[in-house]
Ligand binder design. Structure first.
Ligand SMILES: [Ca+2]
Ligand SMILES: [Ca+2]
Length: 265
């Protein structure tokens, strides 16, 4: 009986010893470097991995930002028609020209000019000179025949994109032959051609002379770069551009408009 107890006891001691050895021999893994991103994985606009699991709060944050990598959009510029950009001193509320090329504008990959060759309508049904289709024909040079000229006063032109789109930027060229300032530049994006439900994305009418409310944006000097307006991913099918003459002759000129976005759905 005694020997049986001894054997059992020895067995237990051996089992504990072997287990201890196994634990002692277990290799301690060195800290691993962070796993490399799988090929094809891109950072989304928020700079986070889009396929990362997220809690309910984080999920709603991610849903607000556009999906896809941000890239600089390619805007082809016409030749400058004059040197330097003097600010008309008599015109109030005009921003100082940057004095250097505009920095690149970043938008989700796949963003293109959706306005090219799209139909244009206007409040002035018979332009004083030029045709409305000049506004989306791709030509932006500052010549006497490159723009549509609308009568003085508050006038508008609008582009029908033909489908709903997410719009990241618009670029407007009025007549950039001289350093003009066009007044009451107002840009709206709408779901319907009558702009009953429109979102104003730019308004530099500082004295409400166009009657659409006082806008908070500054006036600017027309140059060959055109005016780029960040639209922050607003959705709509129609884009309308207002103006109320300019510092040289009071008329409204449109050489080209570009609408950078992606069709929705
Ligand atoms: Ca044109
Ligand atoms: Ca005004």
């Amino acid at each position: 009986m005694k020997s049986l107890q001894r054997v059992t006891c020895l067995g237990l001691v051996s089992a504990v010893a072997i287990a201890g050895m196994l634990v002692g021999c277990r290799r301690v893994e060195p800290p691993q470097p962070p796993a490399a991103q799988p090929p094809g994985s891109e950072l989304d606009a928020a700079g986070t991995e889009s396929d990362q699991p997220a809690g309910p709060e984080a999920e709603s944050e991610v849903a607000k930002v556009p999906v896809g990598k941000l890239v600089a959009i390619n805007i082809e510029l016409p030749a400058p028609a004059f040197r330097g950009t003097p600010v008309p001193l008599s015109e109030p509320n005009v921003e100082k020209p940057l004095g250097k090329p505009r920095p690149p504008f970043l938008a989700p990959e796949g963003t293109v000019n959706l306005a090219r060759s799209k139909p244009v309508a206007a409040g002035d049904p018979a332009p004083a000179s030029g045709e409305l289709d000049l506004i989306t024909d791709g030509s932006k040079e500052a010549t006497d025949f490159s723009f549509a000229e609308l009568r003085p006063g508050t006038e508008w032109v609008q582009v029908d994109l033909g489908q709903e789109a997410t719009v990241y930027a618009v670029v407007i060229w009025h007549n950039h032959a001289q350093a003009r300032v066009y007044r009451d530049v107002i840009v709206q994006v709408g779901e319907d051609p009558d702009f009953i439900d429109a979102k104003t994305i730019f308004n530099n009418d500082y004295d409400n002379s166009s009657g659409m409310g006082i806008g908070g944006q500054m006036g600017y000097v027309e140059t060959s770069e055109g005016k780029l307006i960040d639209c922050k991913g607003v959705e709509g099918r129609y884009v309308r551009f207002y103006s109320r003459g300019n510092t040289v002759d009071g008329k409204n000129h449109y050489t080209e408009v570009e609408i950078y976005g992606r069709p929705t759905g």
